[in-house]
Design a protein around this ligand. Structure first.
Ligand code: UPG
Ligand code: MN
Length: 932
């Protein structure tokens, strides 16, 4: 401490001495223009000015002298002293520059220093040439030195020669590196000609990217510079309020809390970057007035002043070069055409460990088989025949379990994980994305309440996707006026909801889900307003549903739609109803995507093929309206929980290399209405966190009917290797409504390939599984995406009965797949790999494996009662080892796997129990009643 003070005192006397020497040197300058320029620099405070130049050259008088002379030379050569008489005209150009080079004076610090705010991250420098930006920058420097600082000096009654700078880093992207030449030029000009003008740099709103750059840059900076930089937390409000009043705080520092909140700027007057801010108004008037007074001889010139700027000094270049080389680092890489939009990861260590474990289990399974075949059976004459028979049955079931276990290894053998780069997608394509059609299917307004359906529709309408490229189709197999009414109401509400979501970056974008998590309190007036509108809409829809009456105003307003229901229409017998509620195809002024209601024709004499039938009708109808190249298919009870999911999927489908082989991108089916321990194991944790990744490694996950992005032409039958048909011309899809309606008629598919080689396949309750398999058999692969933030969230069955019914339909459906013409085993033979065939079998064998499970559990308990020994005695012989090992290892592994996937011990126990219920009950139920 002591030594520091004495050092400073020493420095103090040393600097006084240096100033004296430098002043004498400057008195020798006799070129009048240089002298005048010098006066312009010091504005009556030469000591302070000389000190600045001395500081910049570490008090080396000779070097400082040279620096000051160079500066004066530069000023006279480039007529810097007159630069304030040269306004940038026309005003539109100037406004453009102000909008893209964000600088302003937000006020004064408590000590009276001007506070200069700079929007580093959001400046784009793309509205004019480099020279204009440099000219404007210098003008601002000169105005600060010749007008702002002298008036501050006057006000404070002491010399004010420096200022504070607050740098806003929000929005800083790597693409900013392309501006680095301009920024280096500006910094170099400041370093050489306006040294030591800034007392402190406060850096606020620092995104991750900057912290990365900062680590790189910091060691390169001089100590002197480094000391002046303070990186503040968040928007820096709390720290800055220590040095200035709230009024002087730049607008980007005024956020509440840690900075994640929203701007509360009221209009542009608070925004000191704006040309309408008083500082910029004054500057503008000043320059124009000067032009009149001093530059009156010549008319105001169009075109920028070309200021010569010195080659950046070594420090600047060093930083630039370092950043350039850092670009090799993934975070810094600019977009190159050949850069992948996604990568595929493997966890080699874990996989090898698993394979070793798996081999050991297999060894023990063979050992068990051997035991069954060779172990001596009881010799009691009366029972030997029976016991032999029981052992034979045990052998058969154990062989089955062994084989089933082998099948189950396929989705664990080679798991992969996909990671997408949505930022690269945005940089490469911007808003130039392919059209996306979303199909939402509903079938029954009682089981699937219209309000829920509408929430699903709204959540996808608000996807982070250009609205003119997005369309949402609701297929109503219930043919219900209520659902139509609800959608019409939603179309109105969407006009508020969609812009609101985008403006405030709301998540999730299902209004019901979002407003429930906000229920504790609304953070802004907008939210309150949106919540009110939503509640009103929900009330109208629910009242209509309860009473079964559509309000007359609505009937009047949407007469076009309602008139399509004739008096004798029922849900199983009606014509096609098609209504485009919002038409967002026209240009890019739209804010809400296209919204379409479709209820395909249904007649009792024609089979409607359930969801598959409605999907195919949607594919045809949409092809004449928006014809999106990509199709997203959603069940009406699954809302979009992550507005980026479409972009994630596109990272895969648009990737030029790996993505070319991929036909569809499947997201998992996640549920929100489950408890932590997941009583009925509906979450299928292991399925979605382990097995699907394994399937992906073997050729791709199944298509599970919801949360899946397809390529339109592939689902319509394109084989891998065939050329993709270009998107249809705009004019073609504006067809006659009647013609489009015909595409959804009962008879349209007669004698066609629809339901067979085209669209979703018919004839099986698991239509989605065979459709996906069919696509793979045409040479395609699929990909599985399971981002942390769940893409789609739905409602799972919550009671035992519902669960068993659903389970039975699935196992039955999947078993039918095995026996159908589209069986993975024979249809897939030679078309898809063995790993994938086995992968499909895991699911197809659910139902048949209930037979051995049932037999095994009944038989072992009976034998226990009858005293028939089935297993070797514990610790009695070597034979015990395989039984013990397989039982312990298999259960321990399944528990570990379950915990890995984020489950709980209880949850695992519930799953084991449910599994037994399913296996033992579905077989019996299946045989006893077949009503649906
Ligand atoms: O004639 C029909 C019957 C059903 N659906 C719709 O199909 C979806 C799925 O039906 P649901 O009864 O909810 O079946 P889940 O068991 O929940 O569905 C799972 O299993 C089905 C069969 O494998 C898949 O089609 C689904 O996508 C998948 O979520 C729902 O949106 C229904 O509205 C129709 O559009 N038309
Ligand atoms: Mn469902």
């Amino acid at each position: 401490m002591m030594s520091e003070i004495s050092l400073e005192r020493k420095m103090g006397t040393a600097s006084e001495e240096a100033v004296k020497q430098l002043r004498t040197l400057m008195e020798d300058v006799d070129d009048e223009s240089l002298r005048e320029s010098y006066r312009n620099i010091h504005q009556g405070y030469p000591t302070e000015t000389l000190l600045r130049f001395l500081k910049a050259r570490d008090y080396n008088v000779h070097k400082s002298h040279q620096m000051l002379l160079d500066c004066l030379q530069w000023r006279t050569q480039n007529e810097i002293d007159n630069i304030l008489n040269k306004p940038i005209v026309p005003v539109e150009l100037y406004r453009g520059i102000r909008d893209s080079q964000l600088v302003g004076l937000s006020g004064y610090s408590k000590e009276g220093l001007p506070v200069i705010a700079i929007g580093v991250g959001l400046s784009t420098y793309d509205k004019a040439s480099v020279h204009y930006y440099i000219q404007s920058h210098i003008q601002m420097n000169e105005y600060r030195d010749r007008v702002v600082l002298p008036s501050a000096t006057k006000k404070q009654g002491r010399p004010i020669c420096t200022c504070l700078k607050v740098l806003d880093m929000s929005g800083l992207k790597l693409s900013a590196l392309s501006q680095i030449k301009l920024m280096t030029a500006i910094t170099t000009i400041d370093d050489l000609n306006y040294p030591e003008k800034t007392e402190t740099y406060y850096i606020v709103n620092v995104p991750y990217i900057f912290s990365a750059c900062w680590k790189t840059i910091k060691p390169l900076l001089q100590e002197r510079t480094k000391k002046k930089i303070q990186v503040l937390k968040g928007c820096g409000k709390d720290e800055l309020l220590k040095v200035m009043d709230y009024e002087s705080l730049p607008h980007f520092c005024r956020r509440e809390g840690s900075g994640s909140g929203r701007h509360i700027s009221n209009g542009t007057t608070d925004n000191c970057f704006s040309l309408d801010h008083s500082f910029h108004k004054e500057l503008y008037d000043y320059v124009h007035q000067q032009a009149l007074v001093k530059g009156s001889s010549a008319p105001i010139r169009h075109g920028s002043v070309h200021v010569r700027f010195p080659e950046p000094d070594t420090e600047g270049t060093k930083i630039f070069d370092t950043l350039e080389s850092e670009k090799g680092d993934d975070r810094f890489r600019a977009v190159h055409e050949d850069e992948p939009l996604f990568i595929t990861g493997r966890r080699t260590g874990r996989v090898i460990a698993y394979r070793v474990f798996s081999a050991s289990v297999f060894f023990c399974i063979c050992w068990i088989w051997l035991y069954r075949v060779t172990a001596p059976v009881e010799v009691d004459e009366n029972r030997t025949g029976l016991v032999r028979f029981v052992w034979l049955v045990m052998l058969v079931t154990e062989i089955w379990f062994g084989l089933y276990w082998i099948v189950m290894q396929s989705p664990r053998w080679n798991p992969v994980w996909r990671f997408t780069f949505t930022d690269r997608l945005s940089r490469r394509y911007g808003d130039d994305l392919p059209r996306l059609d979303v199909f939402v299917c509903t079938a029954d307004p009682v089981i699937e309440p219209p309000l829920m359906v509408v929430n699903t529709v709204l959540s996808v309408a608000a996807l982070d996707y250009p609205p003119e490229k997005l369309a949402v189709y609701l297929s109503d197999d219930g043919g219900s006026e209520l659902t139509f009414y609800a959608l019409a109401e939603a179309a109105e509400f969407a006009k508020v909801w969609v812009p609101y979501c985008k403006r405030f970056n709301v998540e999730p974008r299902s209004p019901a889900a979002y407003l429930t998590c906000k229920a504790s309190g609304f953070d802004s007036a907008e939210t309150e307003e949106v919540a009110r509108l939503y509640k009103e809409m929900a009330a109208r829809i629910e009242t209509a549903a309860r009473l079964g009456i559509i309000p007359d105003e609505a009937r009047l307003k949407y007469g076009d739609g309602f008139s399509q229901w004739d008096s004798h229409a029922t849900r199983r017998n009606h014509g096609t109803i098609l209504q485009i509620l919002v038409d967002g195809r026209k240009g890019n002024t739209v804010t809400v995507p296209t919204l379409v209601y479709l209820s395909r024709e249904k007649r009792p004499e024609h089979h409607h093929h359930f969801k598959a039938g409605s999907m195919n009708a949607l594919i045809r109808v949409s092809s004449k309206i928006t014809c999106g190249r990509i199709i997203l298919n959603l069940d009406c009870d699954m809302y979009s929980n992550n507005s980026k999911s479409a972009r994630d999927a596109l990272c895969i489908l648009l990737d030029e290399k790996e993505g070319k082989k991929i036909a569809f991108v499947q997201f998992p089916q996640c549920f929100e209405n489950l408890t932590k321990n997941d009583l009925y194991a509906s979450m299928m944790r292991v399925g979605y966190d382990v097995e699907f990744n394994g399937l992906d490694g073997n050729g791709g996950p199944l298509y599970i009917g919801t949360g899946c992005f397809h390529r339109r032409d592939v689902i319509c039958g394109r084989k891998y290797g065939e050329v993709e048909v270009e998107e249809e011309e705009e004019s073609e899809y504006i067809s006659e409504t009647e013609m489009i309606k015909a595409l959804a008629s009962c008879t349209y598919e007669e004698n066609s390939q629809w339901g067979k080689e085209m669209g979703v396949k018919y004839g099986c309750p698991a239509e989605d599984v065979i459709t996906g398999l069919g696509i793979k058999c045409r040479g395609w692969k699929s990909a599985y995406l399971n981002p942390k933030k769940k893409a789609f969230v739905g409602v799972a069955p919550t009671n035992l009965h519902q669960m068993l019914v659903q389970q039975r339909r699935w196992s039955e459906g999947n078993f039918q797949v095995l026996l159908s013409v589209y069986s993975p085993v024979w249809y897939g033979q030679g078309k898809i790999g063995l790993g994938l065939i086995l992968g499909y079998c895991c699911y197809c064998l659910w139902a048949p494996s209930s037979v051995p499970v049932l037999i095994y559990s009944v038989l072992t308990s009976l034998c226990l009662l009858k005293g028939i020994p089935l297993f070797p005695k514990v610790w009695s012989s070597w034979w015990f080892i395989p039984f013990g090992y397989v039982t312990v290892a298999a259960n321990a592994y399944s528990l570990v796997e379950f915990l890995w996937c984020g489950g709980t011990l209880r949850g695992w126990w519930n799953e084991q129990r449910t599994w037994l219920y399913r296996r033992t009950s579905s077989f019996i139920e299946d045989a006893s009643d077949r009503d649906s």
